[in-house]
Design a protein around this ligand. Sequence first.
Ligand SMILES: C[S@@+](CC[C@H](N)C(=O)[O-])C[C@H]1O[C@@H](n2cnc3c(N)ncnc32)[C@H](O)[C@@H]1O
Length: 436
Amino acid sequence: MVDLKTSLLELAQQVLASSKIISDHLEKNSLPPLSLVADAYPFFPGTGPLDVDVFPRLDENIRNARTQLRDAAVALQQLAAGPAEAAWDFMTGHFTSATLQYVYHFHIAEHVPVDKDISYKELADTAGVDQSQCTRILKFMATQNFFQQTRPGYIGHTAMSKLLLVPDFRDTVGYVTEESFSGAPRLSENAEKYPGSQEKNQAPWHLANNTDLPIFEYFEDQPARMGRFMGCMRALASAESYSIKNMIEAFDWQSLGNGVVVDVGGSFGHCSSQIAESAPGLKFIVQDLQKVVNQAEKERANDKNIDRIKFQAHNFFTPQPVKEADVYLLRFICHDYSDKYASQILGHLAAAMGPESRIIIVDSVLPEVGVLSKFEEQRARILDMEMMMTYNSLERDEDGWQSLLKQADPRLELRSVKKIPGNILAVLEVGLRHSN
Ligand SMILES: C[S@@+](CC[C@H](N)C(=O)[O-])C[C@H]1O[C@@H](n2cnc3c(N)ncnc32)[C@H](O)[C@@H]1O
């Protein structure tokens, strides 16, 4: 446990103890050593997307050691810096976002060979950018191991910069540095203009993008930005914190037999497709906006479970056409909206539910401060900030969920909240209260 009173030496001991647990674990299981060199395994061994994850999943002991190491290492770094310099580090995060945006925009990573270094000059020439500016940016980024200077005048990849060559990761960088980052500088102006707003078109992002359209409606006529958002969703779903695998394990999908799951706002059907793998009897209806459905049908045409997955255009702010489904799945949907709008989505589902239907919500449940480690809590609160900047919405704590359900339909009852271990998400099971 790390708090503001933990001393320098205690922190150092915690770093040593948790590092020892981790390195023993790696050695005992013949796993690769932790590394950021360009050809390193891109995830902590035992984590990562299911199709890339070739190592056994982490057990709780190792997860805790990693979390403790991260918390202690950050505190140690801040103590070593002293308050003024630590505050300076806190202040200058926007340079990281801006330089990453530059690298994304000019496809710099794609012009760096994967197996050797390249001179700054040749890189700038092939990427078609100003050499001096590009060099300064890359040297700055290399101070945080995003690229590395291999010898004077030459730059190469690290394991972090190489991730930009993975399409979904690249989309994530694009979304974060071009959508999310665009709204951030307008936060105070937005708060002045729309204090306490619940409107889905009044986020800082809307000021930056000069639009009155809610983001997903805006994206409908911007297929490239919509596609990028989808890539970001897929990348998140494959990352450790948001892994779909955790959602599959947290609910007994097989118990639904050959029932029907409606994946509301289900995007390209990536969640349904993975649930289908583990529950062979289930059928899925993936609902989304018309243009997303059009793209999704093309993208999923060769999915091996496609005979059990149908796509349907449906606006979730209108009455739900599929009645009495076994499960209505809402993954990453409610957190996109304030209570005013999230309650409309849930209200339409409540009206369509039969007595045995359930709504399964997969979203964050914010903990009380201090329940999680600082690292885990920060992960949850980053998402809350993203919701604020881009969607004018929020992440909810358990009371927030209870009051949302009540506002949507007083018959809705929160039956269970399953926290996913090592994960900031939870699976909330909601049913209709039986009236006696
Ligand atoms: C944050 S994404 C979540 C996607 C998916 N459920 C997941 O977990 O990755 C939100 C999805 O809701 C869809 N969406 C937005 N507005 C919608 C609306 N009014 N009706 C139906 N779907 C909508 C978006 O197109 C997008 O696919």
